[in-house]
Ligand binder design. Structure first.
Ligand code: FE
Length: 130
């Protein structure tokens, strides 16, 4: 599948920080309650740390108590993929432009969507609304 943003593994490794690379390119998960965006309640948008695409809005952010930034919905299209790793069946969430791993989505979120996008801070950069 052709991506809007394509890099070789070597290029990603060079461009991204270690933790960003581990999460985005190797589908890693940061330790809960450690990420820089978990407690952020400022107004703004969260963009992909890999390619800059706008992904989530602070309007849709909520505290799920799980230790990762959580959202009820993405700003627009987002890529989803079935993930059967670690002995679980989960829905993986990826950036549509660069294919970077963001986190997972669960259907135990609050109304109105009932969705909980559980996203690693390392995969996001925050842009404050002016
Ligand atoms: Fe991206």
């Amino acid at each position: 599948m052709r991506r809007k943003v394509e890099r070789t593994d070597e290029e990603w490794k060079r461009e991204l920080g270690d933790e960003e690379y581990r999460v985005l390119r190797q589908k890693g998960t940061e330790a809960p309650f450690t990420g820089e965006h978990y407690r952020n309640s400022d107004n703004g948008r969260y963009v992909c740390a890999g390619c800059g695409r706008e992904l989530f809005s602070s309007d849709d952010k909520f505290d799920a108590g799980c230790g990762w930034p959580s959202f009820t919905k993405p700003i627009d299209d987002i890529e989803k993929k079935m993930d059967t790793g670690h002995g679980m069946v989960r829905t993986e969430v990826l950036c549509p432009d660069c294919g970077g791993h963001l986190g997972h989505v669960f259907d135990d979120g609050p109304k109105p969507t009932g969705q909980r996008y559980c996203i690693n801070s390392a995969s996001l950069k925050f842009k404050a609304r002016k």
